[in-house]
Design a protein around this ligand. Structure first.
Ligand SMILES: Cc1cc2nc3c(=O)[nH]c(=O)nc-3n(C[C@H](O)[C@H](O)[C@H](O)COP(=O)(O)O)c2cc1C
Length: 171
């Protein structure tokens, strides 16, 4: 898919067919995340792909929405604030930015492969830690649902007008 078409085709998919995504494809989308840039190339990220229903059920407790619980696969994107790059002038930690770029790469690669995704950040992180015990320092930053969309009509993008968001040479 051409890039323009790809970015227009990606949207938040909240209705999926039941069938699970093949691990080869899941690896391919995660590889797109790994190819993403990160501040100082620290790559403070880890991607936990879930295709086991028992673990999936535990994750559902962290975001108990009907559509989320019906998604066939999940990818939990973790960041490590201890290894991410911090700007010396104001100590701004860039972990979340790194995680966001990688997650976006994954969503675009998934779209290119005919898959749908939806970002979820409104989950209870404690319950994700219960579902997937992880090493110290790691935080679940985003969860992506991933699967085959039930609809093939791309909804209209509700976006602000470019004039509200763009200016040249000043605020
Ligand atoms: C950082 C981030 C967090 C989000 N968290 C949630 C969420 O918890 N639940 C949800 O249903 N959608 C979530 N979304 C999806 C947004 O609602 C969606 O991207 C936005 O409405 C624009 O629609 P589109 O993705 O279809 O273009 C999130 C998106 C982003 C980028």
């Amino acid at each position: 898919m051409h890039f323009k078409e790809l970015i227009k085709s990606r949207y938040s998919v909240r209705s999926y067919h039941e069938n699970k995504v093949d691990r080869t494809l899941l690896k391919q989308v995660v590889d797109a995340g790994i190819m993403a840039p990160s501040a100082a190339n620290r790559q403070p990220l880890k991607f936990v792909v879930i295709d086991d229903d028992k673990i999936m059920e535990k994750i559902h407790l962290a975001y108990p929405r009907d559509w989320f619980c019906k998604a066939p696969n999940l990818i939990v994107i973790y960041g490590n604030h201890q290894t991410s790059w911090t700007r010396q002038f104001d100590n701004k930690d860039h972990c979340d930015i790194d995680a966001a770029i990688a997650t976006d790469h994954i969503t675009l690669m998934a779209t290119d492969l005919g898959l749908g995704t939806c970002w979820v950040c409104n989950f209870d992180p404690k319950l994700i830690h219960n579902a997937i015990p992880c090493d110290d320092g790691w935080e679940p930053i985003a969860i992506l649902t991933i699967g085959y969309p039930t609809e093939n009509k791309i909804p209209d993008k509700k976006r602000k007008n470019i004039n509200e968001m763009l200016s040249f040479n000043g605020w």
